[in-house]
Design a protein around this ligand. Structure first.
Ligand SMILES: [Zn+2]
Length: 193
């Protein structure tokens, strides 16, 4: 077993996956802290914002959990959920980019590494973009950049505040220059706010 495979197997033992705000569906009632391995009741850990009550470790929060923490209950309306990445360079390193996309989509239920939409917080409107580290390290390719740009433009149009939760390892190298240009595009949209 390679070192990378060992880390992948280790991560599988930790809690990953979707967590519903008010049900126990998903990965079971009990979860294990990724730092001290203390087993906790899932609802208790979520109500403590995924901070371990035993060791104080801040366990990872995925996009669903983050939205549930920020938004008023059932207020989040997602935009551009059908946007899906392509493989413009036919990129392949140890594995093909197209295969990595499929694997991340299957593992997360997301099309790409950011979820965007409008919600309310204490009944006040908020445009929200939440990156998800589970999807290829939250890296920013064409789809992530486009969705963030669109939600910034929507917030500007509606005169809503915008909150972007960054959980990203950086640009998605598999899309090359197309990834790097997303930063300029987002900066341009922010300049117009
Ligand atoms: Zn812990």
């Amino acid at each position: 077993m390679s070192l990378i495979d060992w880390f992948a197997a280790r991560r599988k033992d930790q809690f990953v996956g979707k967590v519903s705000q008010d049900t126990d569906e998903g990965d079971g009632l009990w979860v294990k802290c990724s730092e001290c391995s203390q087993v906790a009741y899932r609802k208790d850990l979520i109500s403590n914002f995924n901070v371990c009550s035993n060791c104080g470790h801040h366990n990872r929060i995925n996009s669903d959990e983050r939205i549930n923490i920020i938004a008023d209950k059932n207020s989040f309306k997602e935009f551009d959920s059908s946007l899906s990445p392509t493989d413009p360079l036919g990129f392949k390193d140890r594995r093909a980019y197209a295969d990595r996309i499929k694997e991340s989509q299957a593992g997360t239920g997301l099309r790409d590494g950011v979820v965007t939409g409008i919600c309310s917080v204490n009944s006040m409107p908020l445009a929200l973009a939440v990156m998800d580290f589970r999807f290829m390290g939250g890296s920013m390719g064409s789809v992530v950049g486009e969705k963030i740009t669109r939600i910034i433009e929507r917030a500007t149009l509606e005169n809503f505040p915008i909150l972007i939760v960054c959980a990203s390892g950086g640009a998605r190298m598999q899309e090359g220059m197309l990834s790097l240009m997303q930063m300029a595009k987002i900066s341009g949209a922010l300049k117009k706010t």
